[in-house]
Ligand binder design. Structure first.
Ligand code: CA
Ligand code: CA
Length: 332
């Protein structure tokens, strides 16, 4: 028994002295990355588990090479996590080195160590590149959001005017009121890996409308006939802010008598040119329909008069095309 025990001890001791397995291997540890597929600008976190060091008096120096040409990072003693942000798209192998003071290198084991970094695929644009307004005005911009990745948890929209909106992934559009000027929104997607690199839209401009509208008077088929002027109509249009209204004034006269039309009382009123004060009711402000047509009806026209129709178009920014007029002699 004793001999056998000694013999066994001798064999074991010889093996230990001759070829110490721990001196070759150095420390070992397992590392995991919380994600190997992220968006540009996001981060990954490396976690260490199961560090085995058979010479615990001398802790190994652990360094991480994140694979993106950033400086190799030395982990603080006792740290078991480290995070790194990737600024550019690419495929980056992460490497951990465990080095003992005596030069022995350990073994870092990874389940997967290559981080794929790609741009988040969402697309963003304003529904129109510009809108019109009046001086000191503004416009409501509509931002369209598409192709937002399914693993997005939050969508941040910075309107770049001091305001930010926070949306969930399912939004396909949102609106914002901008003052006059050129603007762009910056969109940032977020999920558990952090925020992706922001994406800025093409510009959106709120322009002031300084351009006058245009207007016409439609001549009746038989303009010399009084009955053909019962309905007076024309068109007015504006290519920027759109039409506000058309102002109309009506006059009629013979060689001895002058009249204006009062739109409140719907009567012709005799007046003395350059003397009578013409009231506000002598002007009718009328909207236009969807085809840009304005119209009104007027009673009391008959042959023997001259009819004068004055009209002016005003757009929503207050631009007008100046009063225009048409004089027509009514002969029947
Ligand atoms: Ca050690
Ligand atoms: Ca205009």
């Amino acid at each position: 028994m004793l001999t056998l025990a000694l013999g066994a001890g001798t064999v074991a001791g010889a093996g230990l002295l001759g070829s110490p397995a721990w001196a070759d291997g150095g420390p070992t540890a397992t590392y995991t990355l919380d994600s190997t597929s992220i968006w540009t600008g996001q981060q990954v976190t490396l976690t260490q588990s199961g560090l085995v060091d058979e010479t615990p008096d001398t802790a190994p120096v652990r360094t991480v090479d994140w694979g993106d040409s950033s400086p190799v990072e030395t982990l603080p003693a006792d740290a078991v996590k480290a995070s790194h942000t990737y600024a550019a798209n690419g495929s980056y192998p992460v490497k951990v080195t465990l080095a003992e003071a005596d030069g022995a290198e350990g073994t870092a084991t990874f389940a997967a160590n290559t981080v794929q970094v790609a741009s988040a695929v969402g697309s963003y644009k304003f529904s129109v590149a510009s809108n019109w307004t009046w001086e000191g005005g503004g416009a409501t911009a509509k931002l369209l959001l598409a192709n937002i990745p399914a693993n997005t948890t939050r969508v941040w929209v910075n309107w770049n005017d001091g305001k930010t909106s926070l949306l969930n992934r399912t939004h396909t559009s949102t609106t914002h009121y901008y003052p006059v000027g050129t603007h762009a929104a910056t969109i940032t997607l977020e999920n558990s890996q952090g925020m992706a690199a922001p994406v800025t839209t093409r510009p959106y401009t709120v322009n002031v409308d300084y351009t006058r509208p245009s207007s016409t008077l439609k001549m009746p088929r038989k303009p010399t006939r009084a009955s053909y002027w019962k309905t007076i109509q024309g068109t007015a249009k504006d290519g920027q802010t759109g039409m506000d209204s058309v102002g109309v004034q009506l006059w009629k006269w013979t060689s001895t008598k002058d009249y204006y039309f009062n739109f409140s009382t719907r009567k012709w009123v005799r007046y003395t040119p350059n003397k009578t004060k013409i009231p506000k009711a002598a002007v009718s402000w009328r909207g236009v329909d969807s085809k840009g047509i304005w119209k009104l009806s007027v009673p009391g026209l008959s042959k023997g008069y001259y009819l004068e129709v004055d009209y002016v178009a005003v757009d929503r920014a207050g631009n007008d095309d100046g009063w225009k007029y048409k004089v027509q002699k009514l002969t029947s």
